[in-house]
Write a protein that binds this ligand. Structure first.
Ligand code: NDP
Length: 516
């Protein structure tokens, strides 16, 4: 008997649908089909890949309203965010990689320094990897796997997606979009189920795994992937610090903090999870934030006037409750919010003051609608507090003094630091995305992300294949003298020094020719 998986709307508890769990043998067979499809897909031209990705864009545009509705119902997020934070950015990513992948992956001549004087030339060409397994989280269930799939396909790979068990129908929708666009059979497939299905996908030895999720699962996947030497990109958790100096535009910073902390009900890996404000501006900024927070409407996401939706699961809301309870116990003050609405998955947007880095909700990832605020006195203290975390995904610095803001930004240990801006750069497919420290390994998006999906091949050519190389056998006293010259002259990188080696080099080459 096959296991079933039922998906629910977290805002209403309504059932969205039931589907079959893909068992381990079927997961392995899916990867094998992907491998067969790869043999043909890798030979397609960039023009053909572009045509198909642009066709998939058209399918998505035509179905945009129903896709936004599905994203909202299955994940609980407002339809406004399904459009602004998932569909619009991924449409941009699709056109960007469709139009630019060929240029980004064009063969590249490498400058090889003085080896060129020996008539040598080097270039790098990029080959696809094979089957890319994509294991995303439920929080951006559409844009993350779809964006990664487009990048993998443009690079010439085929794709198998294992959507989260909380959002399986969105995963299936992605496959449907590619099918409707006319992609060849098995170039994009999905397997459905929970963590065991994800583990089976890793076990089935795809050629790369793009994982988005928690640090704990990331560790398990890296360990399991090591068995087959499968390389893995890990996009893990975050604890985004927002550093606000007193000379910042405080009303703007307050609005940004509210959006950064509460969009997607705080369930973004780059959510503002800690706000550090210069003590002199703390009272004013806090009041602006609290006032703004109290204007937000919370409710079922398909209502277009709703700003904050439901959380995704009971497990997630429990973490938020624990962290807020710990803030209370430790003496922080709940300025607004701080509770769940009855027995639902709605947690009120919560602003907390008097937070310190010792509190649970300032060190562990909360992944919910909380905005704890702490204060600092000096620039050095602000940087130290921001860096006092196992995570390093994103951060922001707010100041009217750009030089100071840039200085602080470069001292913060995070994969992305924004200045007078917050959270949204995952939406820019052109820029690299990934974390320092426990926030991840590798990158997605940007040229760096595309490079994760190919293997470079070095082609080296001897343009004057008439003479033996001076370092070939047999060796002799003359050879050793030449090699000393290589070490002291050629390896210096100086043409002038190397020129003085020419007579010795010729002597050695004639010696080799004579011995033939
Ligand atoms: P999880 O780590 O629980 O799950 C992520 C994915 O892995 C899901 O599809 C899950 O399946 C699957 N999975 C679970 N166990 C295994 C296993 N043993 N082998 C293979 N796959 C497995 O994360 P969450 O879904 O709770 O996501 C939240 C986390 O994701 C947060 O920490 C957040 O910060 C992070 N995240 C990071 C982003 C980034 O870009 N850095 C972006 C978005 C989120 P299932 O759900 O069915 O159990």
């Amino acid at each position: 008997m096959t296991d079933k998986l039922t998906s629910f709307d977290p805002a209403t508890g309504e059932e969205i649908g039931t589907l079959e769990v893909t068992g381990p043998a079927d997961v392995a067979a899916t990867v094998e089909r992907g491998r067969t499809a790869f043999a043909v897909w890798k030979t397609t031209s960039f023009a053909e890949r572009k045509r198909l990705v642009m066709a998939a864009r058209e399918v998505l545009l035509a179905e945009m309203e129903s896709v936004a509705n599905l994203i909202s119902r299955e994940s609980g997020k407002p339809v406004a965010e399904a459009l602004s934070m998932e569909i619009a950015p991924v449409l941009d990513l699709m056109q960007h990689f469709a139009r630019n992948a060929e240029k980004l992956l064009a063969p590249r001549k490498i400058s090889i320094g003085l080896y060129a004087l020996l008539g040598r030339s080097s270039k790098v060409v990029y080959h696809p990897l094979g089957v890319v397994g994509i294991i995303p989280a439920w929080n951006y269930p559409f844009s993350i796997p779809l964006g990664e799939a487009v990048m993998a396909l443009m690079a010439g790979n085929t794709v198998v997606i294992k959507p989260s068990e909380l959002t399986p129908f969105i995963g299936l929708k992605i496959v449907e979009i590619f099918e409707k666009a006319g992609f060849p059979k098995d170039t994009v497939q999905a397997v459905t189920g929970g963590g065991e299905t994800g583990a089976a996908l890793v076990e089935a030895a795809p050629d790369k795994i793009m994982f988005t999720g928690s640090v704990a699962t990331g560790r398990k996947i890296a360990a399991a992937a090591a068995k087959n030497l499968t390389s893995v990109v890990l996009e893990l958790g975050g604890k985004d610090p927002m550093v606000v100096f007193a000379d910042a535009d405080l009303p703007l910073a307050a609005k940004a903090a509210v959006w950064g902390a509460f969009c997607n009900a705080g369930q973004s890996c780059s959510s503002v999870e800690r706000l550090y404000v210069e003590a002199a501006a703390a009272e004013k900024l806090t009041k602006l934030i609290v006032d703004e927070t109290m204007t937000l409407r919370q409710g079922v996401g398909v209502d277009e006037e709703v700003s904050v939706g439901a959380m995704s699961s009971e497990r997630q809301i429990k973490i938020v409750e624990d962290h807020v309870e710990d803030f209370r116990r430790a003496g922080a003050k709940i300025e607004t919010g701080g509770r769940r609405k009855d027995e639902t998955l709605f947690y009120e947007p919560t602003v907390i003051t008097g937070a310190t880095n010792e509190m649970l909700g300032m060190s562990e990832e909360t992944f919910g609608p909380t905005l704890p605020i702490a204060t600092f006195e000096t620039e050095a203290e602000a940087t130290e507090l921001a860096n006092d975390s196992e995570f390093g995904l994103t951060a922001s610095v707010w100041s009217g003094d750009r030089r100071k803001a840039r200085r602080v930004a470069e001292r913060i240990e995070a994969g992305t630091v924004t200045i007078n801006e917050v959270l949204y750069t995952h939406g820019i497919g052109q820029t690299p995305w990934g974390g320092f420290k426990n926030s991840g390994r590798g990158r997605t998006h940007g040229a760096e992300g595309l490079m994760e999906l190919v293997q470079p091949q070095h082609i080296h050519e001897n343009l004057l294949p008439i003479l033996p190389d001076a370092w070939w056998m047999p060796y002799s006293a003359n050879a050793v003298k030449t090699f000393r010259g290589f070490a002291t002259k050629f390896a210096s990188g100086s043409i002038l020094k190397t020129a003085t080696l020419a007579p010795q080099l010729l002597k050695r080459i004639f010696e080799l020719r004579k011995k033939n």
